[in-house]
Design a protein around this ligand. Sequence first.
Ligand code: PAF
Length: 285
Amino acid sequence: MIFKSHKLLVEHLKKKVKSSETISFVPTMGALHNGHISLMKEAISQCDHLVVSIFVNPTQFDNKKDLEKYPRTVNNDVALIKKHINTHKLTVYAPEVKDVYGKQTVAKTYHYDGLENVMEGKNRPGHFDGVGTILEFLFAVVQPDKAFFGEKDFQQLQIVNKLVEKLQLNIEVIGCPIEREPHGLAMSSRNERLSPKAREKAQFIYATLQLAKKYFKHHSIKNTQKLVEELFKKEPDFELEYFTIASEETLNPVTRKYKKHHYRAFIVAHLEGVRLIDNLKLSDL
Ligand code: PAF
């Protein structure tokens, strides 16, 4: 079933809870691809009923043009979900902005113990306030047992964990591995905006991450950083926004290797005006 009204959705889901069905939740902004579908398959394998939201959340865009350009393809999205998920076990919530925000489309302010001050938080001011606002709303409406997020937005995943902890919600947040196109590009709704040639070229991002991972094993963080920056200099079609090696727990950039820490490399690069994001776990030391 598809709902546009959160009030009706709440009534519908109450019946599920009454009959002791467990609920998993996959929030999305639509323009769905196989990465989303794999999240949904995992989600329905772990619960009795799946709720998917499709909503392009205006308050998480720091760039108006990006918001305008964001693809809105609800009918195709629903058709794609139905191809893969048993409709008896599926509820879709696809609201208009008004149903979520009422008269004022504004974000609340959140503090995520500093997780919001680096990388995406630093480069996209207000982004994680917008993400927090929409997820607090959606979690309250859906009241899922489990919520599923892709590791492509690893910082977002850690922020959601923090949000759930701070709001003391009884929701298990589950991170799922990045789905990739055959040549390695992380699946993303934004890939659709690349020309076929650029889409092929974009594999350079993942290839660089893999190279950085190998190099990191025997070299310093500073030199790994340098290697990546130099590789990008040789590829004028790309503009490197950032490459950061950070602690998985705090997301703080690290400049020295410490034992027993978990590190991850994060990258954002622009190609044909499209902002592409990816990350890769580095070896634990
Ligand atoms: O990752 C996304 O698609 C969005 O940030 C989310 C979690 C659906 C919130 O709008």
